[in-house]
Structures are given as structure tokens and as C-alpha cells.
Write a protein that binds this ligand. Structure first.
Ligand code: 6PG
Length: 248
């Protein structure tokens, strides 16, 4: 498979600056979570790593007190993670914990970090364990999956030209030679990421503009631009700043 049927056209939302982008994404997430909870659901979300995600996380901490969200009733997963020591500053989970998860009242039993080097024999075992957890606890479907996008069009730890792009029968896969350091990572697969009602791409910066334009162009092969391979069953939103949108 080299293309997915995007179904409904993706929505594109452009904000003036990276700061305005992060504030808008955090605000929208809080509204969506509160709405899901007031409709009686326990929302399941997948977080991402990367610089704009860090800014979004900080905004979540700032804006949560004025929102209706009960974070103890939100189930948190990750789309990908760096397979490093649990206290490494490279951990996506460590960043999210420090920026907002510890502050907003999440239930630790519902925050499902991907394994670190302390939790698994190797990165392949870590990926298998996370897949098992998702299978057992999950997430028939994520409410919202958030994805940063690299200048090469990667999302999660699915990189252009890599064999993980063609894994169809797994939920999570190991990566041992990531072009973005650190080299060892665990990533959800397209199959798992596409089990989302809503997929949000979070993209900031001029160096991402060509990848954004290619991902949104018709007929782009996901082997070239992995971001072209993910869409939500109900909606797909590209949250961009002006610079990231500059080639659209
Ligand atoms: C990671 C990520 C990765 C990231 C993109 C964008 O673990 O590094 O999950 O997929 O989201 O590389 O990162 P930036 O926003 O820092 O460019």
C-alpha cells in the first residue's frame, strides 16, 4: 500500500506563530476531552515527542485549571518513544510528565509509557510488550492521536524508506537505526495510528514546509512522506504555523 484513502479532506488550520499554534492546539485538546467526558466517554489519546509537542504540553499545564477536563479519566498512550534509560532527558514520556502530566492530576494507572531500557531486554521486546499492553487494555480506537512531523515527512518513528512502513500485522515496531537520534526507538505502526477517530498533525517551522506540502498533495507515496499514511476515521487536522504552511 502506498497511499491511503483520506476519506474526508483534511482540515488545515494556520496560526501566526509557534506560540499561537501551541496555545490553539492545547485549547482545542482540552475542549475535545471535556466534550468527550461530558458525553460519558473516557478518552484515549496518543502523545508525540518533538519541539512543538513540548510547547503544547506546557500550554496544557497552563490552561487545564480553567478547563473542565478531569485528567484522571483520560487514558494516555504514546505514538513513539526513544528507547533509552527511564531518566534520560531524551524520553518523550519524561518531557510530558515534567511539562504537564504530573501537574494536571492524571491517574498513573492510565498513563501508559512505552518501555525504557529498564523495562525490556531489548528494543524489540519493548515494542512487543507495548503492543501487548495496547491489545489488552486498549484502545479499540484512540479519540485523538497527535503527531509531530519531521522535515523528511516522518511521523512517530516511521521514517521515509524504512521497513517499518510496510509492517501491517503489528501494533508497535522497534527501530534500531533512526536517522533522528537517538537511534533506538519504539513506534506505533500505521495500522495502530490509523485506529484513531481524529489525527492531528502539529507542525511548526519553515524547514517543515516542503514536507507539509508533499503530505497534502494528492498521490504522495507514504514511503516518501510517511505523514501521508495517517488519517483519522472522523477527521484529520493539520495544525500549522505560517512558516510550516508557506508552501501550500
Ligand atoms: C520523536 C518524535 C518525532 C517528532 C518529529 C517532529 O520522538 O522525536 O515523536 O516523530 O514528533 O520528529 O519533531 P520536532 O517538532 O522537534 O521537529
Amino acid at each position: 500500500m502506498s497511499q491511503v484513502d483520506l476519506g474526508r479532506a483534511p482540515r488545515i488550520e494556520v496560526h501566526e506563530s509557534p506560540e499561537a499554534l501551541a496555545t490553539a492546539i492545547a485549547g482545542e485538546l482540552l475542549v475535545r476531552l471535556a466534550d468527550a467526558q461530558s458525553a460519558g466517554h473516557e478518552p484515549q489519546i496518543a502523545l508525540t515527542g518533538g519541539s512543538i509537542a513540548e510547547a503544547v504540553h506546557r500550554e496544557l499545564a497552563r490552561l487545564t485549571p480553567s478547563s473542565e477536563v478531569d485528567w484522571s479519566r483520560v487514558v494516555v498512550w504514546w505514538g513513539d518513544e526513544r528507547y533509552v534509560a527511564p531518566d534520560s532527558p531524551d524520553r518523550n514520556a519524561g518531557q510530558a510528565q515534567a511539562a504537564f502530566l504530573s501537574a494536571v492530576g492524571t491517574d498513573p494507572a492510565k498513563v501508559h509509557q512505552m518501555p525504557s531500557t529498564a523495562d525490556a531486554a531489548d528494543v524489540a521486546a519493548g515494542a512487543a510488550a507495548y503492543a501487548e499492553l495496547l491489545r489488552a487494555q486498549g484502545a479499540g480506537e484512540f479519540h485523538i492521536v497527535m503527531l509531530g512531523v519531521g522535515p523528511d515527512g516522518h511521523i512517530a518513528s516511521l521514517f521515509p524508506g524504512f521497513p517499518q512502513l510496510d509492517v501491517e500485522d503489528e501494533i508497535a515496531v522497534p527501530v534500531t537505526d533512526s536517522p533522528k537520534p537517538p537511534p533506538e526507538r519504539i513506534s506505533l505502526t500505521f495500522g495502530a495510528l490509523n485506529r484513531a477517530a481524529s489525527v492531528w498533525f502539529l507542525v511548526s517551522g519553515e524547514e517543515k514546509a516542503p514536507a507539509v506540502a508533499r503530505a497534502l498533495a494528492e498521490g504522495t507515496d507514504l514511503h516518501d512522506i510517511p505523514a501521508a499514511g495517517v488519517s483519522g476515521s472522523e477527521e484529520t487536522i493539520w495544525f500549522l504555523d505560517r512558516a510550516a504552511a508557506s508552501q501550500l
